[in-house]
Design a protein around this ligand. Structure first.
Ligand SMILES: Cc1cc2nc3c(=O)[nH]c(=O)nc-3n(C[C@H](O)[C@H](O)[C@H](O)COP(=O)(O)OP(=O)(O)OC[C@H]3O[C@@H](n4cnc5c(N)ncnc54)[C@H](O)[C@@H]3O)c2cc1C
Length: 446
């Protein structure tokens, strides 16, 4: 009998701030008894929920079960910075072939945004949680400013709108004098990620999808033409399985030695007092990604998203065992505090209310794993740090493959090569972490 055993299941460090500020969820439904379904989706992040929604569109009336190891929105999907970005992170030069590939990806990312927006409307998700506000690439020094100018030139080349903001305009938006310049692009959707993920999950449940939380899949085995997906208490039998488990794909034995398990860190202030709000000035809602990717992402949110607060994301650590360390979180908290203090001197020293780590999975050659990986088993994994859009796409694509449908999404991702092999341990972790530290230091002002 063919079997795929999960070597480990997710461990989260720190409470996801975005989820915490929305209050408690109703008690979860656990998988207590054996179930039969047509499709089992493992993982309730961007990819798993998009897969379940796409399945419900393509196979109306099908029995769909979702197994989630933890609570909805406590995984990476509720721990990220909430930028659902249409533009690829690394825009290439203007060579025609590269530009064509990028245009296709931009168009697919926008398809993911539209798919998510349709869900927001259909499921009655709070529109504050899905805001087509665009984002700014902030530059804190001349290197960042030069990077913004280069990116503006690339965007002009491929006819994508953008606007360079000077230091004064950046102060008007952020209330901070920190930024030397910014590059505004209008196509990013700003999510309240936990609110969006919660809304997707409850919309799917209302539409008849069976969601089992705190029910980790511990393995799956082939039996009489179906798959039996086991959890600690019971199992689901189904013809098709979609693995939407991010880096935990490797826990099931797939893409071994090829996935980079990168932990990213986020922090959120408490609700700002009226006095502190007066000191911070600036607009009520904005989002800044760093001109250098190793710099800090910063967001200001307002009551509509869960409170008047400032969020920051900075630093990274590679942990091949898929668990971040306490010391990683402590180091990240220290680094985020320094970056926060530099941007908001009037609030310097203010303690964060929430600090957390989250698992992002990358491949060295930037590919996802979205294909049939065993008979009737489909992967929607490895989003390369841009899981809000790409996770949605790989989830949609895996559902389409599971229903025997071809689309621009399935064509794009099934044509990708395998993730490139990584150096063996311990060189991988030591080497990559050393590079990360160096690049973080170089980007300390970004
Ligand atoms: C601090 C931080 C900031 C980030 N900022 C951004 C951003 O602004 N924009 C962006 O696009 N991306 C961002 N990311 C990355 C983004 O969060 C991920 O790429 C995205 O969540 C991946 O989506 P996913 O659905 O593939 O995986 P996940 O969101 O990780 O969902 C996978 C789910 O599978 C579950 N699971 C795993 N194993 C099992 C099992 N055995 N059984 C059952 N369930 C299982 C997990 O609990 C999890 O809920 C950020 C990440 C972090 C940590």
């Amino acid at each position: 009998m063919k079997k795929h055993q999960a070597l480990r299941t997710p461990v989260q460090r720190g409470r996801a701030g975005w989820n915490a500020i929305l209050g408690d969820l109703p008690p979860p439904q656990h998988l207590e008894e054996n179930e039969i379904a047509d499709f089992v989706v493992v993982g309730a992040g961007f990819a798993g929920l998009a897969a379940a929604r796409r399945l419900s569109q393509l196979a109306p009336g099908a029995r769909i079960a979702i197994l989630e190891a933890g609570r909805v929105a406590e995984g990476a999907a509720g721990r990220n910075s909430g930028f659902m970005i249409d533009l690829p992170h690394n825009l290439p030069g203007s060579e025609e072939m590269a530009a064509r590939g990028e245009r296709e990806l931009i168009s697919l990312n926008r398809q993911a945004q539209d798919f998510a927006e349709a869900a927001v409307e259909e499921y009655g998700i709070d529109p504050n949680f899905f805001d087509r506000a665009g984002k700014i690439n902030g530059a804190g020094d001349s290197a960042g400013h030069a990077a913004n100018e280069r990116e503006k030139a690339h965007l002009d080349d491929i006819d994508e709108p953008s606007e360079l903001l000077d230091a004064g305009q950046m102060t008007e938006v952020t209330g901070s004098d920190y930024y030397r310049s910014g590059l505004y692009t209008p196509g990013t959707v700003m999510l309240q990620p936990a609110g969006f993920i919660r809304g997707m999950a409850s919309g799917l449940v209302c539409a008849g999808v069976n969601l089992f939380e705190e029910s980790p899949a511990t393995g799956f085995a082939r039996q009489d033409g179906s798959w039996i997906v086991s959890t600690p208490k019971a199992a689901v039998q189904a013809g098709k399985v979609i693995l939407a488990v991010n880096g935990h794909l490797e826990s099931f034995g797939f893409a071994r030695g090829r996935l980079m398990h990168l932990f990213l860190f986020g922090a959120m202030t408490p609700e700002l007092s009226p006095d502190q709000l007066r000191q911070t000035r600036g607009q009520d809602r904005w989002g800044i990604t760093p001109a250098d990717h190793m710099g800090a992402t910063v967001r200001r949110i307002d009551r509509g998203l869960g409170g008047n607060r400032i969020l920051i994301r900075a630093t990274a650590a590679l942990r091949s065992g898929m668990v971040s360390r306490k010391s990683d979180l402590a180091r990240a908290a220290h680094g985020m505090q320094a970056r926060f203090d530099a941007r908001f001197p009037s609030l310097a020293g203010m303690s964060f209310e929430h600090v957390w780590a989250g698992h992002a999975c990358l491949s060295r050659n930037g590919v996802a794993v979205m294909r049939e990986i065993d008979d009737g088993v489909f992967s929607a994994c490895v989003q390369n740090g841009l899981g809000a859009a790409r996770g949605t796409l790989t989830g949609m694509g895996a559902a389409e493959l599971a229903c025997g449908q071809d689309s621009a999404i399935t064509k794009r991702f099934t044509a990708e090569e395998e993730p490139a092999r990584l150096p063996p341990q311990p060189f991988r972790e030591i080497g990559i972490n050393a590079v990360l530290r160096w690049r973080e230091w170089m980007a300390r002002k970004a």
